[in-house]
Design a protein around this ligand. Structure first.
Ligand code: PLP
Length: 465
C-alpha cells in the first residue's frame, strides 16, 4: 500500500499538516512543563484535541492513527456515538451519589452484568473503584481478610499499578519503585512464563511448566511457607512489562497450585480484559477460572472505573472494610454498560479476526528485519520485540524508542513496553485498512532505522540467522 507523502484525504488515515509539535501544541507543552508532575512519561509531543474511532486530531489539526488506544483503554474507539449518548443522558440525570453510602439502580445492574460475563458460574460480588491500581488494592485486601494470610506471589515484569500496595506487586521498571520503599512486605516475585527469554533456559515443548512449578518445588520448600500465601497475582498476558504471552498451561498450572494449597488466584485483566485478546477475558484462552478478577481500562471506554470481581463467598467482608467515594460513578457505569453491549455485539469477535490479520501481516518480520527478535500477541494485543541480534537477544532499546518516535512523525501513535518492545493495542473498532497503514509505516520506519544503525555486512549476516 502506498503511503501518502504528507498525509491522506481519507479521514480514517493520518494527515500531518504542520511540523511536530505544531504551534498550538508547543504552547500547551510549555504550560504542561511548568505545571504538570514530571513523573509522567510522554514518549512524543502529541497534544490531543478530539478523537473518533481510531483517529486522534491534535490541536493543530494534524490527524493521527491511534494504535495505543489511550493505553489500551478505548476498546470501542474514541467517542463511540453509543457511549457518548449514554454518558450525556446519564450526566443530565445523575452525575454522582456515591454507591458506598447510597443506592442507585445502575450500580447493581452493572455488577450483575460483570458477575454474569466473568469466568465461573459460582455466585459473585463486585467492588467498584476508579482505576486499575484500586482494583488491585481491593484484591490484595480481600485476599488477606478472606484467607487470614498475608503473603503474595507475583511475577517479574508484572505491572499491577503504582499505589503502594499494587506497587509492591509491580516489578516492571526500577524507576517505578526506587525511593518509595518500604513497600508491602511479604511479596515474592518469580520469573514469568516468558518463552522467548526463558529464565531457566528451557524450551516450551518440554519444560513441563517449570516456571510455575518452581512455586511448589522451590519456593514452598525453601523460603515461603505455602500456608502463609494469600494469593498469586498474575496478568494472563503481561502488558506494560513487555507484552508477554505465556503458554495456556502456565495459568492452568498456577490454578492447580492454588487449589492444592488454598491460595487465591487473582487474574489482573486490567489491560488484557474486555475483549482485547479476542475473547472477553484473556484467562479464557487457558480455560482457567480465577478466584478474583481485576478489571479497569477498557471497562468504560475511557471513563474512570474499575471493578474487582470475586466469588461471593470470598467477597464477604464487613461494612466499612473497604470503600471509595467515587467508585462506581453513575456516568462511568452508563459508559460501561454501553461498552459491554458493543463488545458483545461484535467487537470481541472482530478483535479475534483482526488480531489474526495483524499477526499474519507481521509474521515474516523476523526474516525481513534484522532488529526484530520476536512477534507475539493474542487478538489486538500484539508486541514486536527488537533485539540487536537474534543470537544474543540483546535489547535494542534506543532503536525501539526511535521507532516509536519515527512512527509518531508519520502520524502513527504506538507505545513501547518492556525493555525493547513495541506494543500494538488499537481500539477494537480499527479497520483492516488502518492495520495495513500502521504495519506499512512501522515497516518503512524500521527499515530506515536498520539501515541507519547497522553496517551493511552485519545486517545481511543477521538477516540470514
Ligand atoms: N494492571 C495492569 C495489568 C495494568 O496494565 C495497569 C496499568 O497499566 C494497572 C494494573 C494499573 O492501572 P491504572 O493505571 O488504571 O491504575
Amino acid at each position: 500500500m502506498a503511503l501518502p507523502a504528507k498525509g491522506s484525504r481519507d479521514p480514517s488515515l493520518p494527515h500531518i499538516r504542520t511540523k511536530l509539535p505544531g504551534p498550538a501544541a508547543s504552547k500547551v507543552l510549555e504550560q504542561d512543563r511548568q505545571f504538570i508532575s514530571p513523573s509522567y512519561t510522554r514518549p512524543y509531543p502529541l497534544v490531543a484535541r478530539k478523537g473518533r474511532g481510531a483517529i486522534i486530531e491534535d490541536v493543530d489539526g494534524n490527524r493521527f492513527l491511534d494504535f495505543s488506544a489511550g493505553i489500551a483503554v478505548v476498546a470501542t474507539g474514541h467517542c463511540h456515538p453509543k457511549v457518548v449518548r449514554a454518558i450525556q443522558k446519564q450526566a443530565a440525570e445523575l452525575i454522582h451519589m456515591s454507591g458506598t453510602d447510597f443506592y442507585y439502580p445502575s450500580l447493581a445492574r452493572l455488577a450483575q452484568k460483570l458477575a454474569e460475563i466473568t469466568p465461573g458460574n459460582a455466585p459473585k460480588r463486585v467492588y467498584f473503584g476508579n482505576s486499575g491500581t484500586e482494583a488491585i488494592e481491593a484484591a490484595m485486601k480481600l485476599a488477606r481478610i478472606y484467607t487470614g494470610r498475608d503473603k503474595f506471589i507475583a511475577f517479574t515484569n508484572a505491572f499491577h499499578g503504582r499505589t503502594l500496595g499494587a506497587l509492591s506487586l509491580t516489578a516492571s521498571r526500577p524507576v517505578q519503585r526506587r525511593g518509595f520503599g518500604p513497600l508491602v512486605p511479604g511479596v515474592v516475585h518469580i520469573p514469568y512464563a516468558n518463552c522467548y527469554r526463558c529464565a531457566y533456559n528451557l524450551k516450551p515443548e518440554d519444560c513441563g511448566m517449570h516456571c510455575a512449578r518452581v512455586i511448589e518445588e522451590q519456593l514452598f520448600q525453601t523460603l515461603l511457607p505455602s500456608d502463609e500465601v494469600a494469593a498469586i497475582f498474575v496478568e494472563p498476558i503481561q502488558g506494560e512489562g513487555g507484552l508477554i504471552v505465556p503458554p495456556p498451561e502456565f495459568l492452568r498450572e498456577l490454578r492447580r497450585i492454588c487449589d492444592k494449597y488454598g491460595i487465591l488466584l487473582v487474574a489482573d485483566e486490567v489491560q488484557c480484559g474486555f475483549g482485547r485478546t479476542g475473547k472477553m477475558w484473556a484467562c479464557e484462552h487457558s480455560q482457567v477460572v480465577p478466584d478474583i478478577i481485576c478489571l479497569a481500562k477498557g471497562i468504560a471506554s475511557g471513563m474512570p472505573l474499575s471493578a474487582t470481581v470475586s466469588r461471593a463467598d470470598i467477597m464477604n467482608w464487613p461494612p466499612g472494610a473497604h470503600a471509595s467515594t467515587f467508585g462506581g460513578n453513575p456516568v462511568s457505569i452508563a459508559a460501561s454498560l454501553a461498552t459491554i453491549e458493543l463488545l458483545e455485539e461484535k467487537l470481541v469477535v472482530q478483535a479475534e479476526r483482526l488480531g489474526q490479520y495483524l499477526l499474519q501481516r507481521l509474521r515474516d518480520w523476523p526474516d525481513r528485519h534484522a532488529l526484530v527478535g520476536d512477534i507475539r500477541g493474542q487478538g489486538l494485543m500484539v508486541g514486536i520485540e527488537l533485539v540487536l541480534d537474534r543470537q544474543s537477544k540483546q535489547y535494542a532499546t534506543p532503536q525501539r524508542d526511535r521507532l516509536v518516535q519515527a512512527a509518531f512523525e508519520k502520524g502513527l501513535l504506538v507505545l513501547g513496553c518492556g525493555v525493547s518492545t513495541i506494543r500494538l493495542v488499537p481500539p477494537l473498532t480499527v479497520s483492516q485498512k488502518q492495520i495495513d497503514f500502521a504495519v506499512d509505516v512501522l515497516d518503512r520506519c524500521l527499515t530506515k532505522i536498520e539501515s541507519d544503525s547497522a553496517p551493511k555486512s552485519a545486517r545481511s549476516q543477521n538477516q540470514r540467522k
